[in-house]
Each structure stands twice: as C-alpha cells, then as structure tokens.
Design a protein around this ligand. Structure first.
Ligand code: AMP
Length: 198
C-alpha cells in the first residue's frame, strides 16, 4: 500500500488523544513512504495528519469539491489538490487513487465516507481494505450498533467478522495487508433464500 486515504474529523475532538494519534499516523506514513489522500481541509484531525506529513516532505493529496474550496477551508500547502464538483465525485476519486483506507475518529462526514467503502467492499465494487484506527475506543459504540444490526439480520455475520480494527497503527496496517474480501456469491444466494421464506 503506497497511498492511503484517511477519513477523520474536521474537528479536533476533546482532549489530546485524538490529535496525538493523528500526528502518529502522519509520522508513520512518512516513515513508511506512504502517501496521504484526504479531504484537503485545513481544519481538525485532517489538518494535523497533513501538516505532520508536509513538514517532513511527504506527498499529500487533497480531494475537495469546489464549493468547499470557495469557503476557504482548503489547505494551501498541499502537494496536490484535486478539485471536484460534488461530494459523490470526491469519494469516487478517493476510491480510485488510493490503495486502502483508514477511518479515524470523526463525525457524520467520516461515517458517510467509511460507510461508502464498507458498502463498496460488500458489493465488491472495490476490494481495497478499510481499517478502523480505534483511538480511545472511539468506534466501539459503532461496532455495538453493527452487532445489533447483525443480530437483527441486516448485516451479514461474515461482513462483521471481516472488519479490521486496532488502536495500534502497525497492527492495523498488517491486518489491512492481509485483507481477504468476503465472496459475494454466497451471501447474495443466502439473501435470496431468506427473502423467499416466510
Ligand atoms: P466530519 O467527520 O463530519 O468532521 O467530516 C470529516 C470528513 O468529511 C473528512 O474525512 C472529509 O473528507 C469530509 N469533510 C467534512 N467537512 C469537511 C471540510 N470542511 N473540508 C473538507 N472535508 C470535509
């Protein structure tokens, strides 16, 4: 993996832990010659990762819709800025140019982005790994919801079991390198069978 896209907060989050983890991730990318792809903003955890890498001469690509660029949230020192029309196009480009994805703590924007990748991978539209960097157990509530969804029959157990999670960057990257997508044929068949019963 030479280019990783990070989804994370346009806010900093409370306390110093999230900011510290964002710095660590940026330093890890630089040390391992991994390029960053991200939303291109000059705010929040996004800014922390980008600044950490840019200060060390690493390559950082921002992908941002024109209307956000016009609102002045764009980072002005990016190695590369790809300006797009819409949020949907932005995600499309992020998927195309990245080898994998890391979700860090964030809000609705982060949830939107990580959900898109989970869905793409479920449908095998793409096969690029998504890892959750679970700083401060931030995503545990979301995982509990996913378990609830699986228990209610809306998320497949095999997809739940295939999530890659760690609070340690090395371990997370190792998991992502070993990503093994769930076969689509089997669960589509199961869904069809379930849909024809009762
Ligand atoms: P949120 O988690 O709601 O703070 O949104 C952060 C995620 O959504 C990032 O991964 C960005 O790609 C995107 N995003 C949200 N707000 C902005 C913004 N002001 N500038 C750039 N990207 C943003």
């Amino acid at each position: 993996m030479t280019r990783i896209c990070v989804f994370c907060g346009s806010s900093m989050g409370y306390g110093g832990e999230y900011r510290k983890a964002a710095k660590q991730l940026g330093a890890f990318f630089t040390a391992n010659k991994i390029e960053l792809v991200y939303g291109g903003a000059d705010v929040g955890l996004m800014k922390v990762i980008a600044d950490t890498m840019l200060a060390n001469g690493s390559h950082v690509t921002g992908v941002m819709p024109g209307h956000l660029v016009d609102r002045g949230v764009v980072h002005h020192n990016l190695s590369e800025l790809i300006t797009v029309e819409t949020m949907a196009e932005r995600k499309q480009i992020m998927v195309e140019i990245s080898d994998g994805f890391i979700a860090m703590p964030g809000g609705f924007g982060t949830l939107d982005e990580l959900s898109e990748i989970l869905t793409y991978n479920q449908l095998r539209i793409s096969d690029k790994p998504l890892g959750f960097l679970n700083v401060n157990h931030y995503f545990n509530h979301l995982f509990r919801f996913f378990e609830h969804a699986a228990g209610a029959g809306f998320v497949r157990k095999e997809h739940l079991e295939n999530l890659m999670v760690s609070d340690n960057i090395d371990e997370l990257i190792a998991k992502m390198k070993n990503y093994n997508p769930v076969e689509i044929g089997k669960w589509i068949k199961d869904i069809k069978v379930e849909s024809n019963h009762g």
